[in-house]
Design a protein around this ligand. Sequence first.
Ligand code: UDP
Length: 253
Amino acid sequence: MAPRRKKIYEGKAKTLYEGPEPGTLVQYFKDDATAFNAQKKAVIEGKGVLNNRLSEYFMTGLTNIGVPNHFIKRLNMREQLIRQVEIVPLEVIVRNFAAGSIAKRLGLEEGTPLPRPIVEYSYKNDDLGDPLVPEEYIIAFGWASQQDLDDIVALALRVNDFLTGVFYAVGIKLIDFKIEIGRVWEGDFMRLLVADEISPDSCRLWDIKTGEKLDKDVFRRDLGNLTDAYTEVARRLGVMPTNTAQIKPTLIN
Ligand code: UDP
Protein backbone atom coordinates (compact mmCIF):
# COMPACT_ATOMS: atom_id res chain seq x y z
CA MET A 1 0.00 0.00 0.00
CA ALA A 2 1.24 3.50 -0.79
CA PRO A 3 2.29 5.39 2.31
CA ARG A 4 -0.36 7.74 3.67
CA ARG A 5 0.35 11.37 2.89
CA LYS A 6 1.77 13.52 5.65
CA LYS A 7 -0.91 15.24 7.69
CA ILE A 8 -0.37 19.00 7.86
CA TYR A 9 -3.37 20.10 9.89
CA GLU A 10 -6.56 18.60 11.28
CA GLY A 11 -9.56 20.86 11.78
CA LYS A 12 -13.10 20.14 12.91
CA ALA A 13 -14.59 19.29 9.51
CA LYS A 14 -11.53 18.91 7.28
CA THR A 15 -7.99 17.56 7.29
CA LEU A 16 -5.12 18.94 5.22
CA TYR A 17 -2.42 16.65 3.81
CA GLU A 18 0.78 17.41 1.98
CA GLY A 19 0.10 17.82 -1.74
CA PRO A 20 1.85 16.13 -4.68
CA GLU A 21 3.78 19.31 -5.56
CA PRO A 22 5.26 22.12 -3.48
CA GLY A 23 2.69 24.83 -2.86
CA THR A 24 -0.24 22.39 -2.98
CA LEU A 25 -2.25 20.59 -0.32
CA VAL A 26 -4.91 17.90 -0.32
CA GLN A 27 -8.07 18.94 1.53
CA TYR A 28 -10.09 16.00 2.91
CA PHE A 29 -13.73 16.58 3.91
CA LYS A 30 -14.79 14.64 7.01
CA ASP A 31 -18.33 13.76 8.07
CA ASP A 32 -17.84 15.44 11.44
CA ALA A 33 -20.17 18.28 12.35
CA THR A 34 -19.60 20.65 15.25
CA ALA A 35 -21.53 23.64 16.54
CA PHE A 36 -21.35 26.10 19.41
CA ASN A 37 -17.56 26.08 19.43
CA ALA A 38 -17.47 22.25 19.27
CA GLN A 39 -19.68 21.76 22.35
CA LYS A 40 -22.14 19.91 20.07
CA LYS A 41 -20.65 17.16 17.92
CA ALA A 42 -21.88 14.45 15.57
CA VAL A 43 -20.82 12.35 12.62
CA ILE A 44 -23.20 12.97 9.72
CA GLU A 45 -22.84 10.33 7.08
CA GLY A 46 -22.39 11.76 3.61
CA LYS A 47 -21.76 15.38 4.67
CA GLY A 48 -18.09 15.36 3.64
CA VAL A 49 -18.88 14.01 0.19
CA LEU A 50 -21.53 16.69 -0.35
CA ASN A 51 -19.37 19.56 0.91
CA ASN A 52 -16.43 18.45 -1.26
CA ARG A 53 -18.68 18.63 -4.34
CA LEU A 54 -20.43 21.83 -3.32
CA SER A 55 -17.22 23.65 -2.48
CA GLU A 56 -15.79 22.52 -5.84
CA TYR A 57 -18.90 23.90 -7.55
CA PHE A 58 -18.74 27.33 -5.90
CA MET A 59 -14.97 27.75 -6.16
CA THR A 60 -15.02 26.76 -9.85
CA GLY A 61 -17.77 29.31 -10.43
CA LEU A 62 -15.68 31.96 -8.69
CA THR A 63 -12.68 31.08 -10.87
CA ASN A 64 -14.91 31.47 -13.93
CA ILE A 65 -15.91 35.00 -12.95
CA GLY A 66 -12.35 35.96 -12.03
CA VAL A 67 -12.43 35.72 -8.22
CA PRO A 68 -9.12 34.19 -7.10
CA ASN A 69 -9.43 31.14 -4.84
CA HIS A 70 -7.42 28.16 -3.61
CA PHE A 71 -9.23 25.41 -5.56
CA ILE A 72 -7.23 23.47 -8.17
CA LYS A 73 -9.20 20.27 -8.81
CA ARG A 74 -11.27 17.60 -7.14
CA LEU A 75 -9.36 14.36 -6.63
CA ASN A 76 -12.06 11.95 -5.43
CA MET A 77 -15.25 11.78 -3.39
CA ARG A 78 -13.76 13.42 -0.33
CA GLU A 79 -10.56 15.13 -1.44
CA GLN A 80 -9.61 18.16 -3.48
CA LEU A 81 -6.26 19.60 -4.49
CA ILE A 82 -5.81 23.18 -3.31
CA ARG A 83 -3.13 25.86 -3.27
CA GLN A 84 -1.23 26.12 -0.04
CA VAL A 85 -1.90 29.52 1.47
CA GLU A 86 -1.17 31.33 4.68
CA ILE A 87 -4.57 31.72 6.31
CA VAL A 88 -5.47 35.22 7.53
CA PRO A 89 -6.69 34.49 11.10
CA LEU A 90 -10.15 35.96 10.47
CA GLU A 91 -13.58 34.61 9.70
CA VAL A 92 -15.01 37.04 7.18
CA ILE A 93 -18.79 37.09 7.55
CA VAL A 94 -21.15 38.67 5.03
CA ARG A 95 -24.78 39.21 5.97
CA ASN A 96 -27.75 40.07 3.75
CA PHE A 97 -30.51 39.32 6.27
CA ALA A 98 -30.37 39.20 10.07
CA ALA A 99 -29.85 35.73 11.61
CA GLY A 100 -27.74 34.09 14.29
CA SER A 101 -25.45 36.32 16.31
CA ILE A 102 -26.42 39.66 14.73
CA ALA A 103 -30.11 38.97 15.32
CA LYS A 104 -29.36 38.21 18.96
CA ARG A 105 -26.96 41.11 19.47
CA LEU A 106 -29.25 43.75 17.96
CA GLY A 107 -32.60 42.21 18.90
CA LEU A 108 -33.61 41.77 15.24
CA GLU A 109 -36.08 39.19 14.06
CA GLU A 110 -34.35 36.50 12.00
CA GLY A 111 -34.92 37.14 8.31
CA THR A 112 -35.08 40.95 8.59
CA PRO A 113 -33.42 42.43 5.48
CA LEU A 114 -30.32 44.47 6.31
CA PRO A 115 -29.98 47.97 4.82
CA ARG A 116 -26.95 46.77 2.84
CA PRO A 117 -24.65 43.76 2.96
CA ILE A 118 -22.69 43.90 6.20
CA VAL A 119 -19.14 42.54 6.34
CA GLU A 120 -17.79 41.69 9.79
CA TYR A 121 -14.82 39.80 11.18
CA SER A 122 -14.23 37.24 13.92
CA TYR A 123 -10.75 36.48 15.18
CA LYS A 124 -10.09 32.77 14.48
CA ASN A 125 -9.35 31.42 17.94
CA ASP A 126 -11.27 28.42 19.29
CA ASP A 127 -10.17 29.00 22.89
CA LEU A 128 -11.78 32.44 22.78
CA GLY A 129 -14.82 31.28 20.78
CA ASP A 130 -13.94 33.30 17.64
CA PRO A 131 -14.76 36.77 19.06
CA LEU A 132 -16.12 39.52 16.82
CA VAL A 133 -13.36 42.08 16.24
CA PRO A 134 -13.34 45.58 14.73
CA GLU A 135 -10.95 46.63 11.94
CA GLU A 136 -9.04 48.63 14.55
CA TYR A 137 -7.97 45.40 16.33
CA ILE A 138 -7.11 43.65 13.07
CA ILE A 139 -4.76 46.42 11.98
CA ALA A 140 -3.32 47.09 15.46
CA PHE A 141 -2.44 43.42 16.00
CA GLY A 142 -1.12 43.06 12.46
CA TRP A 143 -3.49 40.25 11.38
CA ALA A 144 -4.12 42.22 8.18
CA SER A 145 -3.31 45.71 6.87
CA GLN A 146 -5.83 48.39 5.87
CA GLN A 147 -5.02 47.59 2.22
CA ASP A 148 -5.63 43.87 2.89
CA LEU A 149 -8.99 44.69 4.49
CA ASP A 150 -10.03 46.83 1.52
CA ASP A 151 -9.16 43.90 -0.76
CA ILE A 152 -10.92 41.42 1.55
CA VAL A 153 -14.16 43.47 1.55
CA ALA A 154 -14.04 43.70 -2.26
CA LEU A 155 -13.52 39.91 -2.51
CA ALA A 156 -16.23 39.16 0.06
CA LEU A 157 -18.78 41.35 -1.75
CA ARG A 158 -18.01 39.72 -5.10
CA VAL A 159 -18.46 36.29 -3.51
CA ASN A 160 -21.73 37.55 -1.99
CA ASP A 161 -23.11 38.76 -5.33
CA PHE A 162 -22.09 35.53 -7.03
CA LEU A 163 -23.52 33.20 -4.38
CA THR A 164 -26.70 35.29 -3.98
CA GLY A 165 -27.39 34.91 -7.71
CA VAL A 166 -26.52 31.23 -7.91
CA PHE A 167 -28.78 30.40 -4.96
CA TYR A 168 -31.59 32.73 -6.08
CA ALA A 169 -31.71 30.88 -9.40
CA VAL A 170 -32.63 27.68 -7.53
CA GLY A 171 -35.10 29.23 -5.11
CA ILE A 172 -32.74 29.71 -2.16
CA LYS A 173 -32.15 32.90 -0.20
CA LEU A 174 -28.57 33.51 0.94
CA ILE A 175 -28.99 34.91 4.45
CA ASP A 176 -25.29 35.06 5.38
CA PHE A 177 -22.03 33.19 4.96
CA LYS A 178 -18.47 32.95 6.16
CA ILE A 179 -15.31 32.78 4.09
CA GLU A 180 -11.66 32.56 4.96
CA ILE A 181 -8.89 34.34 3.11
CA GLY A 182 -5.42 33.08 2.28
CA ARG A 183 -2.21 34.79 1.21
CA VAL A 184 0.09 33.56 -1.53
CA TRP A 185 3.33 35.09 -2.68
CA GLU A 186 4.23 35.42 -6.32
CA GLY A 187 7.79 36.70 -6.29
CA ASP A 188 7.71 39.86 -4.17
CA PHE A 189 3.96 40.27 -4.62
CA MET A 190 1.42 39.04 -2.12
CA ARG A 191 -2.07 38.14 -3.31
CA LEU A 192 -5.20 37.39 -1.32
CA LEU A 193 -7.54 34.62 -2.34
CA VAL A 194 -10.65 32.84 -1.11
CA ALA A 195 -9.62 29.70 0.80
CA ASP A 196 -11.08 27.03 3.11
CA GLU A 197 -14.51 25.99 1.81
CA ILE A 198 -17.85 27.32 0.64
CA SER A 199 -20.63 24.92 1.62
CA PRO A 200 -23.88 24.77 3.60
CA ASP A 201 -21.66 24.36 6.69
CA SER A 202 -20.63 28.00 6.33
CA CYS A 203 -23.76 29.60 4.83
CA ARG A 204 -27.33 30.21 5.97
CA LEU A 205 -29.66 29.11 3.20
CA TRP A 206 -33.44 29.42 3.34
CA ASP A 207 -35.92 28.18 0.81
CA ILE A 208 -37.36 31.36 -0.77
CA LYS A 209 -40.97 30.19 -0.68
CA THR A 210 -41.23 28.18 2.55
CA GLY A 211 -38.34 29.57 4.61
CA GLU A 212 -37.16 26.00 5.24
CA LYS A 213 -33.56 25.92 6.44
CA LEU A 214 -31.12 24.08 4.17
CA ASP A 215 -27.87 24.68 6.08
CA LYS A 216 -26.01 23.81 9.27
CA ASP A 217 -28.73 25.39 11.42
CA VAL A 218 -30.60 22.09 10.78
CA PHE A 219 -27.91 20.48 12.95
CA ARG A 220 -27.38 23.40 15.37
CA ARG A 221 -31.10 23.67 16.11
CA ASP A 222 -32.14 19.98 15.68
CA LEU A 223 -34.48 20.74 12.79
CA GLY A 224 -34.13 17.43 10.94
CA ASN A 225 -31.70 15.45 8.81
CA LEU A 226 -28.67 17.51 7.76
CA THR A 227 -27.63 15.22 4.89
CA ASP A 228 -31.13 15.51 3.41
CA ALA A 229 -30.91 19.31 3.54
CA TYR A 230 -27.45 19.41 1.89
CA THR A 231 -28.55 16.83 -0.68
CA GLU A 232 -31.47 19.09 -1.57
CA VAL A 233 -29.10 22.04 -2.10
CA ALA A 234 -26.85 19.87 -4.29
CA ARG A 235 -29.82 18.49 -6.22
CA ARG A 236 -31.21 21.96 -6.99
CA LEU A 237 -27.80 23.14 -8.18
CA GLY A 238 -27.42 20.01 -10.30
CA VAL A 239 -24.20 19.24 -8.47
CA MET A 240 -24.91 15.65 -7.50
CA PRO A 241 -27.69 13.81 -9.30
CA THR A 242 -28.09 11.67 -6.27
CA ASN A 243 -29.69 11.14 -2.89
CA THR A 244 -28.25 9.84 0.38
CA ALA A 245 -29.14 6.24 -0.48
CA GLN A 246 -26.95 6.51 -3.54
CA ILE A 247 -24.13 8.26 -1.73
CA LYS A 248 -23.68 5.66 0.98
CA PRO A 249 -22.16 2.80 -1.05
CA THR A 250 -19.47 5.12 -2.42
CA LEU A 251 -18.32 6.14 1.04
CA ILE A 252 -16.03 3.12 1.23
CA ASN A 253 -12.75 4.26 -0.30
N1 UDP B 1 -20.08 30.74 10.49
C1 UDP B 1 -19.18 29.74 10.20
N2 UDP B 1 -18.25 29.39 11.14
C2 UDP B 1 -18.17 29.99 12.35
C3 UDP B 1 -19.11 31.01 12.65
C4 UDP B 1 -20.04 31.37 11.70
O1 UDP B 1 -19.20 29.18 9.12
O2 UDP B 1 -17.29 29.63 13.15
C5 UDP B 1 -21.09 31.12 9.51
C6 UDP B 1 -22.49 30.67 9.93
O3 UDP B 1 -22.79 29.39 9.40
C7 UDP B 1 -23.37 31.73 9.33
C8 UDP B 1 -22.49 32.99 9.31
O4 UDP B 1 -21.15 32.53 9.42
O5 UDP B 1 -23.68 31.39 7.98
C9 UDP B 1 -22.80 33.96 10.41
O6 UDP B 1 -22.77 33.30 11.65
P1 UDP B 1 -23.12 34.03 13.03
O7 UDP B 1 -22.12 35.07 13.31
O8 UDP B 1 -24.53 34.45 13.00
O9 UDP B 1 -22.84 32.94 14.11
P2 UDP B 1 -23.66 31.70 14.62
O10 UDP B 1 -25.05 32.17 14.87
O11 UDP B 1 -23.55 30.69 13.52
O12 UDP B 1 -22.90 31.31 15.85
